[in-house]
Ligand binder design. Sequence first.
Ligand code: C5P
Length: 238
Amino acid sequence: METRGPRIIVALDYPEAGSAEAFVRTLDASLCRLKVGKELFTAAGPKFVEGLVRQGFDVFLDLKFHDIPNTVAQACKSTARLGVWMLNVHALGGRGMLSAAREAVDSIAGPRPHLIAVTLLTSMTAEDLVDLGIEGGVEDSVSRLAALSARCGLDGVVCSAQEASRLRAERGGQFLLVTPGIRLAGEGAQDQKRVTTARDAIEMGASYLVMGRSITRAKEPNAVLRATIQAIASAGSA
Ligand code: C5P
């Protein structure tokens, strides 16, 4: 599995560039990568992302594209041109859309960003799947969508730590598993339903960990990152 460099991706869940920049200025770029999602991207835009890249951060642009293949392909090209390290699409867009995204990212000159998929949103329940006419329950649907993503050449998926063990066994060692829902030992879950410590998530097969508030609301973010890196280093598969 390609996991050179920091395995923690800090989610910049801020409403605008100013507060995100103030936090980023406190960070040691050698300790983490950064995730920019829909809230910050729609407020701060591509120039903000390019600024993070210029500062030496690896950026995961988490825009979860889901549209017709041509539109997603063009959106992936625009994203890759920003110099991001990782981007994502919804696996529910289907084979044509996933393959178009793969080809689009491969057509860009320069370093190739990781292209991963969201299988099912972790907010979705078995009841939601019935509403949508999707058969087989949440776990089997996640496995099926991860397999489809792999067949279309995607580099991995976003998944919960609980899904990671099964997906690691099914998809093998090279497939990237990017796992949110991470909390420090002894910390509350906040609005996440199921949380896992960084060490446990790595032991369950996660490649990268997405951590938001545990880092962004810490008094000393770099100290929390260093402690978490140390905890991960003692995990079996690290
Ligand atoms: O603050 P917290 O650590 O809960 O933030 C987690 C980050 O991961 C947020 O940016 C959230 O949108 C994202 N995420 C998640 N669960 C998913 C997918 C993404 O919490 N299933």
